[in-house]
Design a protein around this ligand. Structure first.
Ligand code: GTR
Length: 328
């Protein structure tokens, strides 16, 4: 009996030393959210992430991505991730503008000089700051997807900011976007992505703004036939997981997810560059009028009040803008 007691005590002592391995050996089912179709670069990036995680955890973490906004529009999906009912996703950073202040910085118009500059910022100082803000609201950022440059497309030709005056232009649900569009002289109309096509078709709005792949894949180009290359914002995207899940992973699992997310982002960026070219070709062949903006200065000059409002009295945000500008 005494021997048994000693053995039991020893077992308990050993158990106390072994770190708690949450759900080790137990299969978990993760639900992923994607706004785009499965074959869009972001959908393929998310699927790659899922496959890598499944392989490297020997199917202990099973990832299933629900494409085409099956689990709701972006704002709802963000709330669901915060509550833990969506486990991983790819989000554009603008819908976080009112929740995570540093996401406003990378949304700011005409901030990045080119794609390489935006990568250096988001893979470095900007990404670090944004990840801290997102963690505060229950979202863990693992890597960053490309989203190219956003331009304005409309049902009537727009060559100068004056042409935009009074036009109803759809924006994402973010105060910064509302101010940005207002500063250009337009009438900003916040709407979920999924409502843009019918709103263009029925004349509720006169235009929207997005990158080439979204303009093409959503077929917005069929109803808004003029694309003006303003390239006013290069807001990037995040591959994120819910903190509720993250908290229960051990360090080894976290590393698997971090590596898989980085690899998925590298893959998405490759696909992205190719898709931008293809999408532009598709819409040009379909007869869209592309209005090239040769000089962006008149557009950029109108943005001064937006910078003033969002960074002027906020040292953290203005210093981040400064540090991004100083990047090579
Ligand atoms: C796309 C982006 C989506 C969504 C959409 C929009 O470029 O990938 O996540 O933000 O724009 O304008 O709502």
């Amino acid at each position: 009996m005494k021997v048994m007691r000693v053995l039991r005590a020893a077992a308990l002592a050993t158990a106390a030393l072994v770190p708690w391995l949450p759900g080790a050996g137990q299969a978990q089912e993760w639900r992923g959210w994607n706004i785009h179709a499965a074959d869009y670069p972001n959908g393929r990036g998310l699927d790659r992430f899922g496959e890598l995680v499944m392989q490297r955890t020997n199917n202990r973490i099973r990832m299933r991505t629900y494409h085409s906004a099956q689990l709701g529009q972006q704002d709802e999906a963000i709330q669901q991730m915060r509550l833990g009912s969506i486990d991983f996703a790819n989000f554009n950073l603008s819908p976080f503008n009112n929740l995570a202040p540093t996401t406003q910085v990378v949304t700011l118009p005409f901030l990045f000089r080119d794609v390489a500059h935006s990568h250096r910022a988001i893979d470095g100082i900007a990404g670090e700051e944004i990840a801290k803000d997102l963690e505060q609201i229950g979202i863990i950022a693992l890597s960053w997807f490309d989203a190219g440059a956003r331009s304005i497309y409309t049902t009537r030709p727009v060559r100068t900011p004056a042409d935009l005056r009074g036009m109803k232009i759809r924006v994402q649900t973010s105060d910064l976007w509302i101010d940005l569009m207002r500063a250009l002289g337009a009438n900003p109309t916040p709407l979920p992505f999924g409502e843009v096509f019918t709103s263009l078709q029925s004349g509720v709005i006169d235009g929207a703004e997005n990158n080439w792949p979204s303009y093409e894949s959503t077929r917005h180009f069929e109803v808004a036939r003029y694309f003006t290359t303003t390239e006013h914002s290069n807001v990037p995207e995040v591959l994120a997981v819910s903190q509720q899940r993250w908290r229960r992973l051990n360090e080894q699992e976290r590393n698997i997810l971090r590596d898989a997310a980085r690899e998925a982002a590298a893959f998405q960026r490759q696909l992205w560059a190719e898709r931008e070219r293809q999408s532009r070709q598709v819409v040009e062949r379909a007869g869209v009028t592309v209005i090239e903006v040769a000089d962006r200065r008149p557009w950029a000059e109108l943005m001064a009040p937006v910078y003033q409002k969002y960074t002027g009295s906020n040292p953290r945000l203005s210093s981040l803008v400064q540090r991004i500008r100083e990047l090579p």
